[in-house]
Design a protein. Sequence first.
Lengths: 340, 347
Amino acid sequence: MTQHVSPPRDGTGKAAPVDGPPPAWRTLTARADVRTLSLLGVLAVLVLIGGITQPDAFLDTRNLQLVLTQASVIGVVTVGVTFVIMSGGIDLSVGAIVALSSVWATTVATQEYGFLGILFTAVVVGVGCGLVNGVLIAYGAMVPFIATLAMLASARGLALQITDGQTQVVTVSSVLDLGERDSYVLGIPPLVLVFAAVTVIGWLVLNRTTFGRRTVAVGGNPEAARLAGIDVRRQRLYLYLLSGLCCGIAAFLLIVLAGSGQNTNGNLYELDAIAAAIIGGTLLSGGRGTIVGSVLGVLIFTTITNIFALNNLQSDVQQIAKGAIIVAAVLVQRRTASTH
Amino acid sequence: MTKLTSRRGMLFGAAAVSAGAVLAGCTSNDPDSGDDKAADTQPAADDKPGKQVTIGYAGPQADHGWLNAINDNAKKRAEKYSDVTLEVTEGSNDTAQQIGQIETLINKKVDVLVILPADGKALTQVGLKAMNAGIPVVNLDRVFNSPQAYRCWVGGDNYRMGLNAGHYIGERLKDKSGARVIELSGPDNLELTQERTKGFDDALKNYSNIKKVARQAADFTVESGQSKMAQLLQAQSQFDALWNHDDDQGVGALRAIEQAGRDDFVMVGGAGALSAFQAIKADSGVLKATVLYPPTMAASAIDLARALGQGKGVGGLAEYEIPSSVTCYSAVVDKDNVDQYMSTGFK
């Protein structure tokens, strides 16, 4: 899991020459590893707590399937958001895009086209919203915060207009079957397979392609990236398209999971995704981040929710503890990273 | 009169006199007796067209099924009466916007206002303003801070939802020793959730053999219902009954139950969605009943507003005036009476 993500940066945040001294590379690689290890440590502690408090219910194959399934939808969204944040941007509209995609894909008219109709609509609506975000930000020179905030408002509004506030129950059995135990592949739920595939592809794109290196360069220092010959605007457009695509896929997973589309879907996903990326080590100002870290962040949150529910703790305690764990995770990471 | 007779004596005296009056009223069968005009001569509102009434209606944005049904119920009821004109504002969840809309209705001089506030406390002032302008206000469901701000309140009974759900489950499980019950509630930050849970717990106290073993809060969405229910099912490998506060999140909860392949318990829902009614009627799954939070209360609010506008009382009651408060009953709908409620189910 070596992470060749971060370009060398000096203290002022400017990109160092690409042919910089090897020791800097090595240190940074090691630091990324320490971050990942500390996240794994947090996860291990959580598993320990879960195993001690609820040995039967927690340490159970069905529970592992449950946690991973619950992590799938937000996990796919987080992979997209990680790319955007790494490029120095932000996408506040992911939850609203998931809502809009999921309701557009579950209208009576769309359901007549069956499985592929629902899948196609969810993905196209997601990409479409991403396109609008991307054009506004890259070519309309709008601040990402504002552009995606506007998208958040209008996508939620449109979702409400489409559903008229009603819950759209899915009747296409091939879609519903995908969420049943019968369609598990070697004990792995199909939703989890999609999540795993998105994670692996995301990792490859970020670490093994020019696209990934350009993303990091744009986030680290857009001006330097432009001087290095990268079309920064086009790169930004692609990144918001990517985030929209992830939202579309997540919306389809959510339709399978919940068996319905509702305008309240994806509530506060933007915050969950950003929080997972941040505790995963992604720098909010851009230029640094890892897919593995973000996915671990998502798994940590989902595991916490699971442990709380299994121990029948109420939502007030859950929220307090969640906040505390975000702070603790970031502090632990910073400490281990700096003392290394 | 001695000091001893003083106030208490007078009170007893007054009580005796009024008791006598009540008894006389109850035993009197003579239609010609002079003092029973209350029940018989006061015109009660009925379906016959009367004086024209313009009712202003301001509700929140219908962002979920129940609120949508509320708006529908109000509009359909108003269409039923040839003597009612309904002025409907565009629904808004923004307090400032809703205040503006209501002020517009006041300026238009509508005869009566029906208001379902986005936030009861925040809209109290504008309710007062309408009342001071001589426009009676029917406050629907979310109550204003002060009774001065409305002429009549009509709404649901969250505590009794819990109570009736608890009693229904209690009666089904009363012969089972060591019965285990779980609760899937609405969002904990809402007062109504606390009331529903309180009612549920109070009802279960009547059955010493039943224990509530787990409770998790969802947030009225399908997604949260699925997620929280999946966790509850994992946590509780065996239980006998489940009460879910809300049928919207129940769609997700039922999905989780189906995904886990569980059918070893009885489920009771809440609110009264069409999908829940259909499942209860089909009787093929765990959902056996649901406790109403009836959206028909909006239709009743229009009835009350019309009666207020025409200066009439309510049919079937002896009162000259319409009541200042009407609390709708949270009926339990199961297989036996579901047909009767089917048309009130919301999507």
